[in-house]
Design a protein around this ligand. Structure first.
Ligand code: NAP
Length: 278
């Protein structure tokens, strides 16, 4: 049995589907199991169920931080302890690339989470993805759909967006037992692309001109605060751009090394999501 937390997210849902396709028995978690919309043969439990009930009989577990609830550190400690009691052999922990940035508030929180999951007695794999390509749908989708324009800070700073499907594919491979040396896996896309270049690819795929405008970080703060995004999350997002401006983020070989194929590029992601921008 493999426990997948955060099973209704972009990463978790794909992991569940792929594990099931590989013949694995899967137990998934959601705050609302009845509304999770997972296949009938997937056992879906409440994410607040007792840790021992979630881990009972499990050989592997996927930890997705967002699904740990309000008291993330304590809940993760419970899950790790229960995984050890169940003698699970593998734990895959999705962390974030910002753990290596001492100035990122999100990074500090995820460093603390990584310390907790280090208490797992079996083979543990920590995935540290950079910001997902999917974020660009949330950032630019609404204005591109309605007004054929997009606004972004740090327009010309190259980033290496990772396709969230690659994050899921790496997690799946490791949960199923692909051998990989210990040590965090820095997951990126295959190339550096600025937001302006990403929007250029999007415009090309849409076959239309997009009006691209740079906005100041303070404007991003104002808008995201208005949308209810917590300040530490906003600062961490801006830090990821600032850091990339200071020290270019290079593509890593982790995705190709684990999967034996190149990482998906942003043009491929755009082609597969273009209808969501129309
Ligand atoms: N997006 C990025 O750019 C990025 C970059 C680096 C790392 N990551 C990490 O990658 C992981 C996977 O991302 P994802 O997009 O697949 O996950 P996600 O959508 O953020 O969350 C997965 C699931 O967690 C549950 N959840 C959300 N908020 C919750 C809350 N407050 N309390 C309890 N459960 C909650 C939801 O499931 P239910 O509604 O079914 O309960 C959600 O579908 C995340 O942990 C994230 O930190 C993301």
């Amino acid at each position: 049995m493999i426990l997948v937390t955060g099973a209704t997210g972009a990463v978790g849902r794909r992991v569940v589907a792929q594990l099931a396709a590989n013949g694995a028995s899967v137990r998934a978690t959601s705050r609302t199991p009845d509304a999770a919309d997972l296949p009938d043969d997937i056992e879906t439990l409440s994410s607040s169920a007792p840790a021992h009930a979630l881990l009972d009989g499990c050989s592997s577990v996927l930890i997705v931080a967002s699904a740990l609830g309000a008291a993330q550190l304590g809940r993760l400690a419970e899950l790790v302890a229960a995984a050890n009691v169940a003698r699970a052999g593998r734990l895959v922990h999705i962390s974030t690339a910002s753990v290596t940035d001492p100035l990122s508030p999100t990074g500090a929180h995820h460093r603390a989470l990584e310390e907790v999951s280090a208490g797992f007695a079996g083979a543990r794999h920590v995935l540290r993805p950079v910001p997902f390509a999917l974020n660009t749908l949330h950032w630019w989708g609404p204005t591109v759909r309605v007004g054929r324009f997009a606004e972004a800070p740090y327009l010309d700073v190259p980033m290496v967006p990772v396709d969230e499907r690659d994050v899921a594919d790496v997690a799946t491979a490791l949960l199923l037992g692909t051998s990989e040396p210990d040590g965090p896996l820095h997951l990126t896309g295959p190339e550096g692309l600025s937001s302006r270049e990403q929007l250029g690819l999007l415009a090309e795929a849409l076959g239309t001109h997009l009006d691209v405008r740079e906005i100041e970080p303070d404007e991003v703060r104002r808008r995201l605060a208005g949308a209810g995004v917590p300040a530490p999350a906003v600062e961490s997002l801006l830090r990821s751009f600032e850091l990339a401006a200071e020290h270019p983020v290079l593509p890593s070989d982790a995705v190709p090394r684990v999967l034996g194929r190149p990482a998906r590029d942003y043009a491929n992601w755009v082609a597969d999501h273009i209808e969501s921008f129309r």
